[in-house]
Write a protein that binds this ligand. Structure first.
Ligand SMILES: [Zn+2]
Length: 239
């Protein structure tokens, strides 16, 4: 079934991810389209990704990856990046994470909430075998859906200081295979490559290939190609 364009009757989006670099694995190309159209996009990271660098202790990796994430965000026009202080690698879907996400949703007051694909495995087109999705990604995605409802309910987390926010119209979850909705990112692929390349120290540890080559391969794999154009796919839910 052909995809439909994403709705654009919203002004402010909050993109929520578990780790620095998650948003740059595909979603940043869509973010660049939105900010170029005058929309306001903020990022919310549940962790600083401090457990993600082999040989680099968490106390060094956390600030380094936070800095790389802020640079990545700036490339695609995002200046507001908030980090929650959850521990990398052991995110648990449940009240503690939901409460912190709900508080953040109330602070940022988005009409669109975006998060990455959070099923147990994922299969980019033409790739076999499938990849396993990390426990953190699974926990984060489910909690984001729950937290949108929590943000609007004054009784679930009554100790939150922020006023309830019921303005979320849509939740968009990244989807690689046959996405019902899509954003045409043909014009922002290069920005997406630059944005991911800002995770320089992180990518240098992952492979001996040049950072921009790695970034291009990832953006290639995580954006869908059709008729010579590129798109980022989403599955939409009502907020
Ligand atoms: Zn991740």
């Amino acid at each position: 079934m052909p995809s439909k364009p994403m709705p654009d009757d919203w002004q402010r989006a909050l993109v929520v991810a578990a780790h620095p670099d998650d948003i740059e694995y595909g979603l940043a190309a869509a973010v660049a389209v939105w900010t170029a159209a005058g929309k306001e996009v903020h990022y919310l990271l549940a962790t600083r990704g401090e457990a993600g660098m082999a040989g680099v202790p968490p106390e060094e990796a956390g600030p380094l990856r936070e800095d790389e994430e802020r640079r990545s965000a700036a490339v695609v026009g995002v200046t507001e990046v908030e980090f929650l202080d959850h521990r990398d690698g052991v995110l648990v879907a449940g009240p503690e994470l939901r409460r912190d996400l709900a508080g953040a949703i109330r602070r940022h007051r988005p009409e669109l909430v975006v998060t990455g694909y959070f099923g147990p495995t994922w299969t980019p087109p033409g790739v076999s075998p499938a990849y396993l999705n990390s426990a953190d990604h699974q926990a984060l995605g489910q909690s984001v859906l729950d937290a949108v409802a929590d943000a609007g309910n004054e009784w679930i987390f009554p100790d939150l200081a922020e006023e309830p926010w019921r303005g979320v119209q849509y939740i968009a979850v990244g989807e690689l295979l046959d996405p019902p909705h899509e954003v045409d990112v043909s014009g922002t692929v290069e920005l997406a490559v630059q944005s991911l390349s800002e995770h320089r120290r992180y990518l240098e540890l992952l492979s001996d290939d040049p950072v921009d080559m790695q970034a291009r391969q990832v953006v290639d794999m995580s954006t869908l190609k059709e008729d010579g154009g590129r798109r980022v796919g989403f599955r939409l839910y009502w907020g």
